[in-house]
Ligand binder design. Structure first.
Ligand code: TMP
Length: 236
């Protein structure tokens, strides 16, 4: 599969068309942004790590019955994926209070939540991805009730699968963000990425942050943290 034309350049990835109208190539960059683009930088080899970590986790999810957009990794930074029309929602799954939830509810980061929390944000950079609920989603017709029920079911199942898998690698899955899309026949599949950019990963023992919070919060050590995640997941 060969790249034909650049379709879109996002903050962390470029997307290319191919000869097949149903197939795209995603190209992961080292560029990093935080605070809706307010902070910009690069994390050396992030594109390689996020490409490989995403594909590794999506393969695990596929085996467990979660449909994804993944077709095939073709290089360190490039992956062939099924073309989808994105459901304009960021689905956030939380196990432990951190980040914006900790701020919003005045909880100390690291406080366990009595129950897994699902949140939805409307994907719109100009609006700063505002949080919305099921009523907004239905009112704005961003997806159907059936699609949203399936998205919620998949997201909770993904949380169970990934939390258990990562626990064995001494990684605590604090929270993460998912995106879904529709194939041309309407099938809902998991899209985008699952990586240290889009998840909070804490070392189970030391509680050290192994994710993009190191960059967001100017803590330093983000390159080593991303490398450590790749090493634990892929053994290299
Ligand atoms: P938050 O605590 O800042 O709302 O983030 C929750 C999780 O979602 C965290 O793992 C980071 C991830 N996330 C993204 O991947 N993209 C985003 O735009 C936001 C706001 C969060």
């Amino acid at each position: 599969m060969k790249k034909v034309k650049e379709l879109y350049e996002g903050k962390a990835k470029k997307v290319w068309t191919t000869e097949d109208p149903e197939v795209l190539i995603v190209d992961y960059k080292d560029d990093a942004t935080a605070g809706n683009g307010a902070k910009k930088g690069t994390i050396h080899d992030k594109g390689i790590i996020n490409n490989r970590v995403t594909n590794h986790l999506m393969k695990i999810l596929e085996k467990e019955g979660i449909p994804t957009h993944l077709i095939e990794e073709i290089s360190d930074r490039e992956t062939v994926v099924k073309k989808v029309s994105i459901v304009p929602l960021e689905v956030i799954v939380r196990n432990i209070a951190a980040g914006s939830l900790a701020n919003r509810l005045g909880l100390e980061e690291g406080t366990p939540l009595g129950k897994t929390v699902l949140e939805y944000c409307y994907k719109d950079d100009a609006l700063g991805d505002p949080m919305v609920n099921e009523y907004h989603i239905m009112a704005m017709d961003w997806c159907t009730k059936e699609e949203l029920d399936l998205i919620a079911e998949y997201s909770l199942k993904i949380n169970k699968i990934l939390s258990a898998y990562l626990k064995d690698l001494n990684i605590e899955l604090i929270d993460f963000k998912l995106e879904y899309g529709r194939l041309s026949d309407g099938t809902i599949v998991l899209a985008d990425e699952i990586s240290p950019d889009t998840c909070r990963f804490w070392d189970s023992v030391t509680k050290e942050k192994l994710d993009k919070d190191r960059f967001r919060r100017d803590m330093g050590g983000e390159e080593d943290a991303y490398k450590e995640v790749m090493k634990r997941l892929l053994g290299e």
